[in-house]
Design a protein around this ligand. Structure first.
Ligand SMILES: Cc1cc2nc3c(=O)[nH]c(=O)nc-3n(C[C@H](O)[C@H](O)[C@H](O)COP(=O)(O)OP(=O)(O)OC[C@H]3O[C@@H](n4cnc5c(N)ncnc54)[C@H](O)[C@@H]3O)c2cc1C
Length: 396
């Protein structure tokens, strides 16, 4: 083995997965996470495909299904809360052979991290501030910890990747905004609850979803078109924008906005993709959203982050740590696949929160049509079924 010590920035989805598989290939990974602890709230994700297969290989299938949800329907409601139309989820279960689950992103992150907890050095509440590549390693300066050397550094630090900025330059060179913002928060004890149903209320350019979580919690998800820029950490401004956008909404909007006023933990971000010419430079590489964020419109970013982490570890193992060869093969295997996922997400994005009443009407007609046997398979089959064959890597 030529190289052993690998620093991974980010303990979200890709980071712990990479640490797990690198450990199985004889490397010594270290995780660094800027948050003081694993994040506990956020939003729910649909999880299937290659990411599910890899999680299963990590021994997580039972746990994922235990903490997850098996949604029956995505239900579209009108101003009075009456059902206009809905999309049954049977088609997703059929297309994936029953290997389809919805779960909290933070639950998935915790389950992945539990697989390396105690065996992988993890530094919380710190971040990389400079990376200096040398012929035999990378000198890493941290905000708090002392400077250290690693053989390789991998950025698994998400859409707003720090490693990408330090090595490749500012985010705006690589970010393609899809024209939406997304926000999410959770409350306890909200009524009504619709178990196993994702309830959606739409107005032109705006969508508000309600989802019943375990332990009497409810998740609210806002997606809306917005062309001004919003400060990343200014929660008061973010709440004011949500009020401005959804304040004239009927259905449960007034009640949900009241709950929003009282929440302390709000997820708020742009809906964007990341498109880069290369995912590595020298001894430093990117995985997951940091490299190729597909956006929430793909409904598969976590699974893709897991797939990329697995392939990265596998290629490093196969190349006995020769990073140039491994990074090249990692990219050659995944670039076309991730590009296709990004294009699928772009196609879908206009249907998510149509900007006009006519657009909304047409979207609802398409959802209605999906009740016709065979049509939903036709509509979703291309995007749901994963066609990439994972190589067989040799693990210790
Ligand atoms: C509303 C919404 C819905 C979604 N729905 C789905 C879905 O249905 N299905 C699906 O599969 N995916 C979905 N996604 C996408 C999915 O959440 C992401 O693709 C996935 O989380 C990417 O994993 P990652 O590990 O690359 O990045 P992240 O999960 O973003 O993890 C990055 C980690 O890096 C840390 N970090 C950030 N900066 C630094 C730094 N400077 N130093 C150290 N650490 C840092 C962060 O704190 C975080 O822990 C959705 C996303 C959103 C926003």
């Amino acid at each position: 083995m030529t190289y052993k010590k690998v620093l991974i920035s980010g303990a979200g989805i890709a980071g712990p997965t990479l640490a797990f598989w690198l450990g199985h290939a004889g490397f010594e990974p270290t995780l660094i996470e800027c948050a003081p602890a694993l994040r506990t709230s956020g939003y729910v994700i649909d999880f299937w495909g290659l990411g599910y297969d890899i999680a299963e290989r990590m021994g997580l299938a039972n746990e994922i299904n235990r903490v997850g949800y098996h949604i029956r329907e995505m239900r579209v409601v009108n101003d009075n809360g009456d059902r206009i139309t809905g999309l049954g989820t049977r088609v997703f279960r059929e297309l994936t052979g029953g290997r389809f689950v919805t779960l909290g992103r933070s639950d998935l992150s915790r389950l992945l991290f539990d697989k390396v907890r105690g065996t992988t050095e993890t530094i919380f509440g710190d971040e990389i501030i400079s990376l200096r590549e040398q012929s035999d390693g990378v000198e890493v300066q941290f905000r708090n910890a002392k400077t250290r050397r690693f053989d390789l550094v991998i950025g698994a630090d998400g859409l707003h990747s720090n490693v990408r900025r330090l090595i490749f330059g500012p985010q705006d060179q690589f970010e393609r905004q899809l024209g939406y913002y997304v926000a999410a928060f959770e409350v306890e004890g909200y009524r009504p609850r619709d178990e196993s149903v994702y309830v959606i209320y739409s107005q032109p350019g705006r969508m508000l979803g309600r989802f019943a979580l375990h332990e009497d919690r409810t998740l609210f998800l806002f997606v809306f078109t917005f062309d001004r820029s919003v400060p990343v950490s200014d929660v008061a401004t973010q709440k004011a924008i949500l009020r401005e956008q959804f304040g004239d909404g009927t259905w449960e909007c007034p009640r949900i906005l009241d709950k929003l006023d009282r929440t302390e933990s709000l997820y708020f971000d742009r809906v964007s993709q990341i498109k880069m010419e290369h995912w590595s430079r020298g001894r430093i590489a990117l995985v997951g959203d940091a490299a190729f964020c597909v956006s929430l419109m793909a409904g598969q970013g976590s699974a893709l982050a897991i797939t990329a982490a697995y392939v990265m570890a596998g290629e490093l193992a196969k190349a006995a740590g020769r990073h140039a060869e491994a990074f090249h093969n990692y990219e050659a295997l995944l670039r076309g696949y991730m590009g296709a996922k990004q294009r699928g997400a772009e196609r879908f994005s206009s249907a998510f929160a149509p900007r006009t009443r006519l657009g909304l009407f047409l979207r609802n007609q398409v959802i209605k049509a999906c009740a016709i046997p065979g049509l939903s398979r036709l509509a979703f089959g291309r995007d749901i079924v994963d066609k990439l064959a994972l190589p067989n890597y040799h693990w210790l």
